[in-house]
Write a protein that binds this ligand. Sequence first.
Ligand SMILES: Nc1ncnc2c1ncn2[C@@H]1O[C@H](COP(=O)(O)OP(=O)(O)OP(=O)(O)O)[C@@H](O)[C@H]1O
Ligand SMILES: O=c1[nH]c(=O)c2[nH+]cn([C@@H]3O[C@H](COP(=O)(O)O)[C@@H](O)[C@H]3O)c2[nH]1
Ligand SMILES: NC(=O)CC[C@H](N)C(=O)O
Ligand SMILES: [Mg+2]
Length: 539
Amino acid sequence: MAIQHLLTSPGNGNTVLILDYGSQYTHLITRRIRQLSVFSLVVSGTSSLATITQHNPRLIVLSGGPHSVHALDAPSFPDGFLEYVEENGVFVLGICYGMQLLVQKLGGVVNVGEDQEYGKMEIVVEKEDGLFGMKEIGGSQTVWMSHGDEAVTLPDGFQVVAKSLQGTVAAIENREKRFYGLQYHPEVTHSIRGMETLRHFLFDICGLNPDWKMQDVLEEEMKIIKDMVGQDDHVICALSGGVDSTVAATLVHNAIGDRLHCVFVDNGLLRYKERDRVMSTFESDLHLPVTCIDASEQFLGKLKGVTDPEKKRKIIGKEFICIFDGFAQELENKLGKRPQYLVQGTLYPDVIESCPPPGSGKSHSHTIKSHHNVGGLPKDMKLKLIEPLKLLFKDEVRQLGGILNVPTAFLKRHPFPGPGLAVRVLGDVTEGNALEILRQVDEIFIQAIKDEGIYDSIWQAFAVFLPIQTVGVQGDQRTHSHAVTLRAITSQDGMTADWYYFEHKFLDNVVRKICNSVRGVNRVCLDITSKPPATVEWE
Ligand SMILES: Nc1ncnc2c1ncn2[C@@H]1O[C@H](COP(=O)(O)OP(=O)(O)OP(=O)(O)O)[C@@H](O)[C@H]1O
Ligand SMILES: O=c1[nH]c(=O)c2[nH+]cn([C@@H]3O[C@H](COP(=O)(O)O)[C@@H](O)[C@H]3O)c2[nH]1
Ligand SMILES: NC(=O)CC[C@H](N)C(=O)O
Ligand SMILES: [Mg+2]
């Protein structure tokens, strides 16, 4: 059961609400708006009117999406939506599918275009002082498009603001009714003036205030936690040593002090010497008391013979909760009162990619993978969740951690997923000595990255164990040993990523070191796939 946080919207009429129709870029719209210091959040595109109005938004953005407005199951806003926005002076911006939906619902016509527009396109501004501001008339700009349908007849009261060089309507507005539409995606960096356009739209057109600050998030969250947790209630925090749970723990500790009980689980899927390293840094740098539970046999026992990535993730999510329940029992025996709450360092991307909970705003998108702390949770769990970072992206969490004086060494750590090496040993993780081989390879790779001084330029780096054997020749002997892969990426938020361009000499040294010192490995590959099409982890 999840606790609702005030962060879900201040409800002060200075919020941007995004109705999600399943676009790959919905989260980016949120990010861009928050980057402009305006609070924004996503709800499902088919949310009820009550859900929408409770946030008291000043602007509602209708996102893009994979559907065509002509499809029988095309998602749409609820009955009464258009009346609500008109009566309350709410601005509406449709992006791509969102614009097509707005056009169709207001009586215009959307057709399947003769040509589709995917990728970089040029648009030309045709209307003075429109969505793009005063000076833009006749100006052209490069934008990112991804659509097949197009608006061919605009509803009454609308004007064309810009067209693509192919003649497709690219921007529209009905100033009087506060309806706006963009056929392209201003939220992606390839739309080179997208941020400028959003800034002009939010502040000059919608009159929003740039008043959302990380300090406010901190104060609001502390207040909610203090109000929610009773005076003598105790709380458990799942602490992994990673950025997110460390920041979450520090925040909750500031709110309730020593009634917070942190627990670090050794699930047998940790990296080389991780348990000792994490426990000693908790003690020396964080000054938070942490209980370490060794549950490696329990996790590995449950994972034996399991090869399906989603099954592995669900097993791990369930086992984590099992351990936390056991810890709650121990505390009850000691303190005479059972903790009711569990703090997790869940982030927005964990929720976006996980199994979408109903009404979460993701019901029109695909489940990419079940993050153990969201989609992997058992349905019948009793502990109530406190997830103060649930609507934040990683870089926002790092910023919050800075305000909380969390040591930089913690904030700069590369992310490490809760399911750990289970999603980096492909197939059965208990097979042979796969985990041990992977730990050694990973350690050599990460140490070399640190020695080279490039750790902070990389978002995440790790090794993957491949369950295949290849033929090699080592010391004049034929070997039939395992292949491993190295992966290093750059990213802003883990939602999209590019591979890191290493110097050849660096790679040459690392590969030699791995093959010379790790028994059982005779081949090293480098993963140079971006996300998309791949994901960061291999499973
Ligand atoms: N070994 C562990 N012991 C206890 N809790 C864990 C462990 N691994 C993960 N968790 C819980 O699951 C949450 C999600 O894990 P995730 O890896 O996304 O975050 P993190 O470890 O805090 O940060 P990072 O993404 O930087 O690794 C954590 O915030 C934490 O609450
Ligand atoms: O705590 C976590 N529990 C999980 O189940 C999980 N799966 C992926 N990740 C991390 O999320 C980021 C994006 O990873 P993917 O592109 O593989 O989805 C990367 O940083 C991954 O390491 C997880 N973190
Ligand atoms: N990216 C989008 O929102 C696409 C909208 C619609 N599916 C089209 O192809 O036109
Ligand atoms: Mg982690």
